[in-house]
Design a protein around this ligand. Structure first.
Ligand code: IPM
Ligand code: MG
Length: 360
């Protein structure tokens, strides 16, 4: 029997609903594969602000540090949107990433054959799309200094953020990019804005310098505007993309949508050591929270990613991923992935059919 301590961060909005499904799935799979999960729950985001005044209480971060992996749902909501920045839910998420040193964010965007008709792009464009976005997560303009809103000499306010990367920050994420490409289709596209930004020129130079160490990887470079265009023009040209924090934030949403719904996509955030954080790419969807409409599958697939990347239980991960496909195969759809002729279900019913498939 393997024992794992998992910190659950359900967060806000639809977070608690979808987290409950992932926990049920893990319990079932745990029984089948002799894995014992010791779950401990902690507040982050809006619920943490309401309870403690802070979006990432020290105790939450401590619990995360002392676990084998962290499963996060989503944070944020209208209620907290107008608070000062240091008290916003998003600040808690950034604090978690920084606090655990999670510099590498893996966001797979793979089209599932069952969902091709849910994509807003034509079938022949998206059929077979299988992209991994490797996003740098603890640097760049999200964290660079100076930052703030300052008053100029004329009394006008000026908002400032700084996009900065050191060589070592670039090298470590580039390595993850190359290694990820090696395990996949062998193609790495590095995305930057080197035609305008100095920080991007350094990025491109460092990535290029590393390339000879990975002779089996075919490296290319794209400017971010072109990459955005290519993603919707001919996404099949991409295998693995490596890019900075802000560009990765934007491109991973675009890549997600190729697959029909952002409600299907998991992600992994990993550091050099210590626990990783596994979470859906989508947000807390406050507009549908508590209405039993949420799609729990990205959360469930995030639990599968956790089994694969953090707990080294690939067989259990496979089982969950196959069950998700099977449920889709049987025609069950939440509203976000609904298409003609399918059976529309809510979050709870989706969970029921999934658990049924899993228990055989
Ligand atoms: C994401 C989200 C976050 C980000 C927000 C919620 C801070 O958009 O994980 O992509 O910008 O990184
Ligand atoms: Mg985002």
């Amino acid at each position: 029997m393997m024992n794992y301590r998992i910190t659950l961060l359900p967060g806000d909005g639809i977070g608690p609903e979808i987290m409950a499904v992932a926990v049920d799935v893990l319990k079932v799979v745990g029984n089948q594969f002799n894995l014992n999960f010791e779950f401990q729950e902690a507040p982050i985001g809006g619920v943490a602000i309401d309870a403690t005044g802070e979006p990432l209480p020290g105790q939450t971060l401590e619990m995360c540090r002392n676990s084998d992996a962290v499963l996060l749902a989503a944070i944020g909501g209208y209620k907290w949107d107008n608070l000062p920045r240091h008290q916003r839910p998003e600040t808690g998420l950034l604090g978690l990433r920084a606090g655990l040193g999670l510099f590498a964010n893996l966001r797979p965007a793979k089209i599932l054959p069952q969902l091709i008709d849910a994509s807003s792009l034509k079938r022949d464009i998206v059929e077979g799309v299988d992209i991994m976005v490797v996003r740098e997560l603890t640097g760049g303009v999200y964290f660079g200094t100076p930052k703030g809103v300052f008053e100029t000499e004329t009394g006008e306010k000026r908002g400032v953020n700084t996009m900065a990367y050191t060589e070592s920050e670039i090298d470590r994420i580039a390595k993850v990019g190359f290694e990820t490409a090696q395990k996949r289709g062998g193609k790495l596209c590095s995305v930057d804005k080197a035609n305008v930004l100095e920080v991007s020129q350094l990025w491109r130079d460092r990535v290029t310098l590393l390339a000879p160490e990975y002779p089996d990887v075919e490296l290319s470079h794209l400017y971010v505007d072109n990459a955005a265009m290519q993603l919707v023009r001919w996404p099949k040209q991409f295998d693995t993309i490596v890019t900075g924090n802000l560009f990765g934030d934007i491109l991973s949403d675009a890549a997600a949508m190729l697959t029909g719904s952002i409600g299907m996509l998991p992600s992994a955030s990993l550091g050099a050591s210590g626990p990783g954080v596994f979470e859906p790419v989508h947000g807390s969807a406050p507009d549908i929270a508590g209405q039993d409409k949420a799609n729990p599958l990205a959360q469930v697939l995030s639990a599968a990613m956790m089994l694969r990347y953090a707990l080294e239980q690939p067989v259990a991960a496979d089982k969950i991923e196959k069950a998700v496909l099977e449920v889709l195969e049987q025609g069950y759809r939440t509203g976000d992935i609904m298409s003609e002729g399918m059976k529309q279900v809510g979050c709870k019913e989706m969970a029921e059919v999934l658990l049924k498939v899993l228990s055989v």
